[in-house]
Design a protein around this ligand. Structure first.
Ligand SMILES: [Zn+2]
Ligand SMILES: [Zn+2]
Length: 697
């Protein structure tokens, strides 16, 4: 047997292309041997695409095809390490994406713009003495007044949690740090990070929201002066993101704080992963490779045999079930630091609260009279109230009293929301914004009026009812400008606001010391959603909102959480009144088990977008027929999602369910290439995608 040895080295390269094109790793020629993880440029057809030298042997058939030489090598960048490549390989397989597609999507985009010379210059700048020390100094400066705050004394529970974490026999399992708001989870993170740092390791801390990173960064910087801290999230400039990513990759950063994309930061000395608010849906990427950063954190920690700490007051039911099965270890922090109690929860029956309303104005009121009184009392005592209403704008729809016209969006199956402040009708799905018409576009009637209520209307009503109160509003509209959210939060902290009206944005993480009343104005809409996870999300939101009240022990005793509802007897509210997460989880898990839903089954969702609904439907129908060849998988009929049309694109989805995660994985790997082969037969199909472990259904 004669073997034809091609000139140079044959290397497998993971190139940037979707999985189902059949292009995984391709073989290329290189003049020099290159280590796996080296970033390269490779010719593909007439194009040139970025790629990464990958692991494994070149394909066996190399002798029969003419291999092309690589067109460029970024030798200045140290190769991406083996554990990083393993993470990418796992995630690409699990979420059904191409290895090169995922790998290149999670690298800083700025890398593509640099050649060897320019990259080498940047690296030299970071590596030179004083380069990174400078970075550490800037963080030190971020600590308030540069003064190191004294360390808080640990509670018994915190000490017990840390002792358990220090026991290597116990931390082979992921740890759920189950603590109510204000129980001092962050202090446990800080201690765990300190242990890792003292052992010469790096720590990675993931948070759900960009808005939460500055305060967390300040706390870590104050605790670890002189250490290098790098943040990674999508609000950084491309240059900042590259710089911080390089600090992580070169092992120069001791601490990396970030949102979900930070899970893919290469960290050669990684010794601890923390996922704060692990239940938060924003850890799941909603486009491209739809990965869960929380789940990947658990995988990455297991692979590296390092501790992973999942923190939450209301753990996801997936995590909670794993605790029940003994696969995760639960460390409780049941008490609030300083001995403050959780607020008393009071239900307001909406039917009864309005039954004595005589005038239309009274019936139209967003808040029940008893709740308004309670807010008035806070005002007199100089305390703050926080009102949660999950609908921004003034009113969800404008309507004509004569012909019934409603302000629909011409491009989406949704209403356009009335924004009174600038007299516009805005679609929250496609962004279409128009001036409010003077008269009904259908019949010319001048009497068109808002129906329902949003944050703007609540703010307006409150201003009329409590003229002496200073009212602030925090939602996606009021925080549009750069830094405006931080500015508004500061106003709340400084006591310049008495009542804060806002969407779920205000429920998360912000530490409001003087809030003694939190009210959910109209949470019922989530109780009867078609999405089986809606109650879980609502419960987490309400518990989190309740946690905003009474953070100071001194005011905790008179802190209250109010809920306006027409379903006061609902088990979810009963569990909320008792602050009983476990009762809620028990009830939900029993329901999920009965219905064969996660965590007792694995799901995948196929989404198809087309110019017309029948095209998307036909594609999914054909896919469904092809799926019948696989046993043990339930494939539900294609249905439109809750908002089916967005920006003139019709969307359809189809759910797959299987009791076994592995069986579903196997099936998807075989079936999805068939879908890609069939797409050509469906003219007008714009795109299709798979979402493994979908969160929103
Ligand atoms: Zn009309
Ligand atoms: Zn629209």
């Amino acid at each position: 047997m004669t073997e034809i040895v091609p000139p140079g080295h044959v290397l497998p390269v993971a190139i940037e292309s979707p999985r189902h094109t059949g292009l995984g790793a391709l073989d290329y020629l290189s003049e020099q041997p290159l280590a796996p993880g080296t970033l390269v440029l490779a010719p593909l057809g007439k194009r040139e695409v970025p790629g990464l030298v990958w692991d494994g042997d070149p394909a066996a058939a190399r002798t029969t095809v003419t291999l092309r030489p690589l067109s460029g090598v970024l030798t200045a960048l140290p190769p991406l390490p083996a554990d990083w490549r393993a993470l990418i390989g796992f995630a690409a397989g699990y979420y059904q994406r191409g290895i090169g597609e995922l790998a290149l999507a999670v690298l800083p985009p700025e890398l593509r713009k640099l050649d060897n010379t320019r990259l080498a210059r940047r690296l030299a700048k970071l590596m030179k003495p004083g380069g990174v020390a400078l970075a550490a100094q800037t963080h030190e400066a971020a600590a308030p007044d540069g003064v190191l705050s004294p360390r808080p004394t640990l509670s018994d529970e915190q000490r017990a949690a840390l002792a358990a974490l220090a026991d290597p026999a116990r931390t082979s399992r992921p740890v759920l740090l189950h603590g109510v708001t204000g129980s001092g989870k962050t202090e446990v993170y800080l201690h765990a990070a300190e242990t890792a740092l003292q052992a010469g390791r790096q720590a990675l801390v993931l948070v759900p929201e960009i808005n939460l990173t500055p305060q967390l960064e300040a706390r870590f910087a104050a605790r670890f002066p002189g250490r290098v801290l790098a943040s990674l999230h999508s609000a950084l400039t491309p240059a900042q993101r590259l710089r911080n990513w390089l600090l992580a990759h070169l092992g120069l950063a001791d601490l990396v704080l970030g949102t979900r994309l930070a899970i893919f930061a290469p960290m050669p000395r990684l010794g601890l992963i923390v996922v704060d608010e692990e239940h938060d849906p924003s850890f799941k990427q909603q486009e491209g490779a739809r990965y869960s950063a929380r789940d990947l954190a658990v995988w990455r920690a297991h692979q590296l045999k390092i501790p992973v700490l999942l923190g939450s007051a209301t753990p996801s039911l997936e995590t909670w079930q794993r605790v029940q099965e003994g696969r995760y270890q639960r460390l409780p922090l049941a008490l609030r630091i300083g001995g403050g109690a959780m607020p008393t929860v009071r239900m307001v029956d909406m039917g009864r609260a309005w039954q004595h309303a005589s005038t239309q104005a009274e019936k139209d009121r967003v808040l029940a009279p008893v709740l308004l009184d309670a807010i008035g009392q806070r005002l007199q005592r100089g305390e703050q109230s926080l009102l949660l209403l999950n609908r921004r704008g003034y009113a969800p729809v404008l309507s004509c009293s004569a012909c019934g016209w409603k302000s629909g969006c011409p491009h989406c199956s949704a209403w356009r929301v009335f924004h009174k402040s600038d007299r516009t009708l805005r679609c929250h799905h496609c962004g279409l914004s128009e001036r409010v018409p003077r008269a009904c576009p259908d019949c010319g009637n001048l009497d068109i009026s808002p129906v329902g209520r949003g944050t703007e209307k609540l703010q307006e009503q409150l201003a009329a009812l409590l003229p002496q109160a200073r009212i602030g509003r925090i939602d996606a509209d009021s925080t549009r400008g750069a830094g405006s959210l931080q500015q508004q939060l500061r106003a709340v902290h400084d006591g310049e606001v008495d009542v804060i009206v806002g969407t779920q944005m205000i429920a998360k993480g912000h530490d409001f010391r003087r809030v003694t009343l939190v009210a959910a104005v109209n949470p019922d809409t989530s109780l009867f959603s078609s999405d089986f996870r809606a109650p879980e999300r609502l419960f987490a939101l309400l518990m989190q909102a309740a946690g905003r009240a009474g953070r100071d022990a001194e005011v905790a005793a008179r802190s209250e959480m109010w809920v306006q509802t027409s379903n006061a007897g609902h088990p979810l509210y009963a569990a909320l009144v008792a602050h009983d997460y476990e009762a809620f989880a028990r009830q939900q898990l029993a329901e999920r088990r009965g219905a064969g839903l996660p965590p007792f089954a694995a799901l995948a969702l196929i989404r198809a977008d087309a110019r017309s609904a029948p095209v998307a439907q036909a594609f999914l129908q054909q896919a469904r027929i092809a799926a019948q060849a696989f046993e043990g998988i339930t494939v539900y009929p294609p249905v439109p999602p809750p908002v089916a049309k967005v920006a003139d694109v019709e969307r359809m989805q189809m759910l797959l369910e299987c009791p076994s995660r592995t069986a579903l994985q196997r099936m998807l790997a075989q079936w999805l290439p068939e879908l890609d082969a069939m797409r050509g037969q469906h003219k007008g199909l714009l795109r299709w995608a798979v979402d493994v472990d979908p969160l929103a259904i």
